[in-house]
Design a protein around this ligand. Structure first.
Ligand code: PLP
Ligand code: MN
Length: 371
């Protein structure tokens, strides 16, 4: 934790100390509303991914706008959100290891908890953990629908694992997890549509195999910010897991949008300040890779296309400038992070502003919850 706060409620945005993670509340609220509106009146439920924001206040707002609950990636994140009063949490991950399984089962005594499996040993271990605490877990079979990450192959292998779950005391076969990660950042609408069409084939084959085994597939869940319009329209998905839509980032901003896509706005920024101005073509800001994640490429400088954030080291960001006049020592800029999720994980607090004024400071309570 920093020895002092970057900002207090009521401060002007121009007084927020740097580097700081700041949220444009107007843009953020429009983003929340846009996705809520897109699913309203359909049979598809929204279960936003909270790994993007790690912030209970945002989860509460998503639920208030109709989300059925949230997704987490980690048991430690789930613990934070259950503690904050979120009643329905899906851990979109396989969970292995006694300590985590104990935590997961304990959470399932306080909230509805879902988890994934893609191997019989996981199912056995989940059942043992549930039994030990007299808890009940919703277990989803993760199907590899083209992402080549986790998951059993579609079709019969999915049905086999589903059968094991359904016959395990303490576990409920809750459905299929069918997330296609690489589709999210395919740049053209057609390439995303094609990838999700392939995923849908895999889903259908898996549902057919489960039904042939006498198992009803109650829910097919998946999708992210880049592809969800396709899953929403597919008729085979029941639930969407988009996360980054609340904030957006440079990588998502680089996706081309099609007629059916929803334009979300950049709402999350790193406020940074010029601390060195060594040459006319180089300004150095106080936000490097410890302030803005660069795994998906460099940030951009908000509304300053003539400035190019060229290089990040730990605590320095080098901005290429067209002239001496372009930036002065002490000038502030807003950076659009390359990747929102790991950037948020670098901060304790989200400084929320409306117009030019800090309106709220929200703890990023699940920040660093890696267990
Ligand atoms: N679901 C799962 C399983 C994920 O791993 C992710 C992100 O990687 C998402 C949903 C949400 O994706 P996004 O934040 O890109 O909307
Ligand atoms: Mn991400």
């Amino acid at each position: 934790m920093s020895p002092w706060k970057a900002a207090r409620v009521g401060d002007p945005l121009s007084a927020v100390d740097t580097p700081a993670l700041v949220l444009d509340l107007d843009a953020f609220e429009r983003n929340l509303q846009r996705l809520a509106t897109a699913v309203a009146g359909t049979k598809v439920r929204l279960r936003p991914h909270a790994k993007s924001h790690k912030c209970p206040e945002i989860a509460r707002r998503q639920v208030a706008l109709g989300a059925v609950g949230i997704c987490c990636q980690k048991v430690g994140e789930a613990a934070v959100f259950v503690e904050a009063g979120i009643a329905d949490v899906l851990v979109t991950n396989e969970v292995v290891g006694d300590a985590k399984l104990r935590q997961l089962a304990a959470l399932a005594r306080r909230a509805r908890i879902g988890v994934l499996a893609d191997h019989p040993q996981q199912v056995q271990a989940l059942a043992a953990a549930a039994k030990a605490q007299d808890a009940s877990l919703d277990v989803y079979v993760e199907v590899d629908v083209g992402a080549n990450r986790c998951g059993v192959p579609p079709g019969e292998p999915a049905a086999q694992l589903a059968r094991q779950i359904a016959s395990s005391a303490g576990l409920r076969f809750a459905g299929l997890q069918c997330y296609h990660g690489p589709a999210q950042h395919m740049r053209t609408p057609q390439s995303r549509a094609d990838a999700i069409a392939g995923a849908c084939e895999a889903v259908r084959a898996s549902v057919r195999a489960c039904e042939a085994a006498g198992l009803r597939v109650e829910r097919v869940t998946g999708a992210g910010t880049g592809s969800f319009v396709n899953e929403l329209a597919s008729g085979v998905f029941d639930e969407l897991q988009a996360g980054s839509y609340v904030f957006m980032d440079r990588d998502y901003g680089d996706n081309q949008l099609g007629a059916g896509d929803i334009a979300f706005e950049h709402a999350l920024f790193v406020r940074a300040m010029v601390m060195s101005r060594p040459t006319a073509d180089r300004a150095v800001v106080d936000a490097g890779l410890k302030a803005s994640s660069v795994d998906s490429g460099m940030p951009t400088v908000w509304q300053r296309p003539e400035l190019r954030y060229a290089k990040a080291s730990d605590e320095h960001g080098v901005i290429a400038t067209p002239s001496q006049e372009a930036l002065a020592l002490g000038d502030a800029v807003l950076l659009v992070p390359g990747h929102c999720d790991p950037t948020v994980n670098l901060y304790d607090e989200l400084i929320c502003f409306r117009g030019d004024t800090v309106e709220a400071v929200w703890p990023i309570a699940a920040r660093g919850a890696l267990l």
